[in-house]
Write a protein that binds this ligand. Sequence first.
Ligand code: FAD
Length: 482
Amino acid sequence: MANDAAPPVILWFRKDLRLDDNQALTAAHRSGRPIIPLYISEPEAAGTGPLGAAQAWWLHHSLEALDRSLHKRHGRLMLASGEALEVLCALIKESAAEAVFWNRRYDPAGISIDARIKHELEKQAIEARSFGGQLLHEPSRLMTGNGTPYRVYTPFWRALEGGGEPEPPLDAPAKLRLASQPKSEVLGSWKLLPTKPDWAGDFVDLWTPGEEGAQQRLHAFVEDALEGYKENRDYPARPATSMLSPHLALGEISPARIWDATRGLSQRVPAADIVHFRKEIAWREFSYHLLFHFPRLASANWNDRFDGFEWRNNSGDFEAWRRGMTGYPIVDAGMRQLWRHGWMHNRVRMIVASFLIKDLMIDWRRGEAWFRDTLVDADPANNAASWQWVAGSGADASPFFRIFNPVLQGEKFDPDGDYVRTYVPELRELGPKYIHRPFEAPKSMLDEAGITLGQTYPKPIVDHASARNRALAAYKAIRDAA
Ligand code: FAD
């Protein structure tokens, strides 16, 4: 019920840049009070983690999109920067708001900031309410029979699957009562977009940041690619996965909305595809539950036996990896896809991560940091958990001795070389037989394809077989020391 005289409620948007299935927004709407929609650019020093450059690009466009949606409902998104508590207190004073609502975040720094804010606001008799919805289930809800957190994915999945359907998603309120509000900062002044050089030029070909783009992506995926997902998802040249990750990372769509979209399709889509897709959503959930229960996952070896690992950390090798110049085509294609589109296919993420950690023996944290800076879907839980999974140091991780052979992986998952040809144009003229091993191609064939190894395309920076032995020896050393 609208109440014109009511003091406003501040709706603090964070990584939930949507109106659909937004529990805090719905609660604010139902309270009948005028709403002040607010986004705060919090300083890195506050501990929320550095915002990577690629995700900063996304954030700029996502905030614009959210503002447009609010504008259609006769309001605007207010932008402010600084320590969240200070910004909120100043706005409360200015607007006479008596409540602040937000959706919970689950990274360690975010949790501690929010706990402090809640405490301080309550001391001032301001109603501070937080809501779920960024995950399918609250981390405290899914626990083992002993009341401990899950450390292994399969039983976690079984509990998730057997624990009842997630809450059905809430539709965006058709109308909102938005308060006229104090002055906003100007988005452009935050300088989230690259200028010289504009390395994000190709992002626009692929991405539409914002809630509408997320809904379209979900719809297209369910219509065109969900059928066959289980089989196709491992082949990077096929448009087979949802590409919803950047939308999920900034909360432009909720996991419950995605889950809901996969209901009632059994007449048309094989159950195996639906279950497999849901299992991937559950990996995101698992990563968040791990981060919530074991905050050190973000920066330290989950399994501390790896603390003694003798990394080589050669800076020339790291540079070659970052630039996609290792001489292994599938690795180079992945790293260049990352640079060009701010995203990389999951199979290739595993290959390039294995190569960095095991072939080059570079600390997974350096790879994690590079991904954080260059991925539009950089996510504190998924990124750290996945890097540790590949390294072997994580929860339910792939064993360290499982070392991907980049040539065989390329031949298996990119058999015609189409993915490599898209991102490594200097190999475009090479046929499928040698596209993943140009260093073994006869000279005549290289000449015909216009390739001079060491000049137009690098020779391999390491020999995989020897690098593999070197990595296994280093691993044996920490295993024997344990
Ligand atoms: P789909 O196959 O369509 O899956 C749907 C959703 O499920 C994804 O959007 C994602 O939210 C979730 N999901 C899928 N696979 C995984 C997985 N292996 N682990 C956790 N969640 C998963 N994902 C991120 O969102 N952010 C990251 O920063 C990130 N860093 C990674 C780093 C490494 C080294 C590796 C190996 C994987 C990383 N992933 C990360 C997981 C995965 O690669 C991406 O989520 C996936 O490629 C996104 O593409 P999609 O949306 O098309 O996935």
